[in-house]
Design a protein around this ligand. Structure first.
Ligand SMILES: Cc1cc2nc3c(=O)[nH]c(=O)nc-3n(C[C@H](O)[C@H](O)[C@H](O)COP(=O)(O)OP(=O)(O)OC[C@H]3O[C@@H](n4cnc5c(N)ncnc54)[C@H](O)[C@@H]3O)c2cc1C
Length: 486
């Protein structure tokens, strides 16, 4: 099947009954639920972009198996040019959501594309798992499936080592095998896009330090969201049901986060990619290079987000007439710096990309991973800057209805600035509030702090791939210089 349209995506969601809970009630149809429909529409729009005459060439490519035009994020680039075209595709999607849908489908697509190319690694000890991966990646690509994922086990207590505390009865584990598959039980977080996805992928992040070689917690699989025993529990929706004027981002880009309960869920054998093999589980992101690909996708999302926040800040200061003040310039300069550092890392990952042992043009790991670590602190700072620039204007934001209410004349008169009419100012600052103030915006900040795991794990992840030898040698060489040497 060629790349899906938005309508086909929506029909796919309707066709699959699933157990989604929101606000104490079971959601019967995610496509029409007021707290979820905005997000469904947003993903549908992304899918429609695959059929836009102007974008199609970038958004799709020719499937290696069917010859159909399929989504480009499923591709395995062979050259730097192909890698950059994939970046353009990801940027198109990220910019369409102002960078606010961090788990747009390309996030998982690039991961599975890498795993498909490296399927032999999954099949090294158990060849059937390699075949499962190959078949599954083809299925994803040819059916343009939307995946959510839940990597993190809930923990009842923390140990000081920073290792995951895997507890029976809480963490997801395999409880038995049957002739049909494995049965899993436990809870996982945090399935962003859960109600809006067709299938859920379950695996564990790098540095998931299980203590044994053979562990019932070491498992990787994918199943349809409607699988029996699978329950998604949503947080409150941050789509307040308001107009696009009143809540421009929340009314459009609510991607939802869920706890996922697995009540003795049967995972068919053909959907199992890894089982009990702790060392392999920990090695997957590195050996397959999926971590470089997903970091690179994240960099595109981060760049789109930086550009949007910077553009917003410039418009805010223009509207308020404070753009020329020195401390405003300093803050705007900081936003520009973060934007350009992000772009530079993304581009460096492409420029230094190399063909890996799986025949895939792999983005350079260091700049790609660096964007993840950078954004954990850079994005909260960007939002702090917006708050400092906007001050009380964030709250001088009457609703759309107020502009036709009895106070409209006062609003029009007193909220105008030298450069902008009252309604334009309010529209702008309601957008700024969605980015930097309300629940939707606060979740974005939390998201970026933990997008790719917690700060300790991120620091360790970067340290694990950083080539420490050359910099230490440089210092050792200096220390070893004789008095005669310069
Ligand atoms: C908005 C949002 C969306 C997300 N979407 C997804 C998703 O789609 N899929 C997915 O799989 N995950 C998702 N995540 C989960 C994310 O990967 C986790 O939040 C992240 O890995 C951190 O895990 P945690 O929340 O359990 O933090 P915790 O482990 O509870 O950590 C909380 C804090 O305590 C510190 N800490 C914890 N344990 C120790 C220790 N032993 N020693 C020292 N410090 C410690 C951490 O560094 C951290 O600062 C999402 C998270 C957010 C916030």
């Amino acid at each position: 099947m060629p790349a899906r349209t938005g309508q086909q995506y929506v029909e796919g969601l309707r066709a699959q009954e699933r157990e989604i809970w929101l606000g104490g009630e079971r959601v019967r149809d995610v496509t029409t639920h007021p707290g979820l429909t905005g997000g469904v529409r947003a993903i549908a729009r992304l899918y429609d972009m695959q059929h836009d005459a102007k974008l199609k060439k970038v958004m799709t490519y020719k499937s290696p198996s069917s010859g159909d035009k399929v989504g480009r994020s499923f591709s395995n680039p062979k050259t730097r040019d192909e890698l950059e075209t994939r970046t353009q595709m990801m940027l198109n999607w990220a910019r369409a959501s102002c960078g606010m849908m961090g788990r747009s489908p390309d996030f998982m697509n690039v991961t599975f594309a890498a795993w498909g190319a490296a399927a032999d690694f999954f099949g090294e000890k158990r060849p059937e798992f390699g075949d499962n991966m190959r078949r599954y990646v083809e299925y994803l690509r040819e059916n343009d499936i939307v995946l959510t994922h839940a990597l993190i086990n809930l923990q009842k207590s923390r140990n000081v080592s920073g290792m995951f505390n895997l507890e029976e009865g809480t963490a997801l584990q395999v409880i038995r095998e049957t002739s049909a598959g494995i049965v899993v039980r436990g809870a996982r977080i945090l399935a962003t896009l859960g109600p809006l996805a067709d299938e859920i992928a379950v695996y564990s992040p790098r540095l998931a330090r299980h203590s044994e070689d053979h562990s019932p917690f070491a498992v990787s699989f994918s199943i349809p969201c409607g699988t029996k025993g699978l329950k998604f529990l949503c947080r409150d929706s941050f789509d307040l049901g308001r107009s696009h004027f009143d809540q421009p981002l929340g009314s459009r880009f609510e991607e939802m986060d869920c706890i996922v309960f697995f009540d003795d869920v049967l995972v068919p054998w053909e959907r199992v990619f890894l089982l009990y093999d702790v060392n392999r589980l920990n090695a997957v992101p590195h050996v397959t290079h999926s971590t470089a690909h997903s970091a690179h996708q994240g960099a595109a999302k981060n760049l789109a987000k930086c550009e949007f926040v910077l553009g917003l800040a410039l418009l805010m200061t223009q509207a308020l007439g404070n753009a020329h003040l020195p401390h405003t310039e300093e803050r705007i300069g900081e936003l520009m710096l973060t934007t350009e550092l992000t772009r530079a890392c993304m581009r460096a990952a492409e420029a230094d990309a190399e063909l890996d042992q799986w025949g895939v043009m792999c983005p350079a790991i260091l700049p790609a991973e660096s964007t993840r670590n950078l954004f954990m602190t850079a994005y909260p700072r960007m939002i702090e800057i917006l708050q400092l620039l906007g001050s009380s204007s964030f709250l001088l934001t009457p609703s759309e209805k107020d502009f036709s209410g009895p106070l409209a004349p006062q609003i029009e008169q007193y909220l105008a600035t030298d450069s902008i009419a009252a309604k334009e100012r309010v529209k702008l600052f309601r957008l700024a509030w969605d980015v930097a103030g309300n629940a939707f915006g606060s979740r974005q900040v939390l998201y970026e702090r933990f997008f790719a795991s917690d700060p300790l794990t991120r620091a360790r992840a970067l340290a694990a791939v950083y080539p420490k030898g050359p910099v230490m040698e440089r210092v050792s060489e200096f220390l070893g210089r004789s008095d005669e040497e310069w």
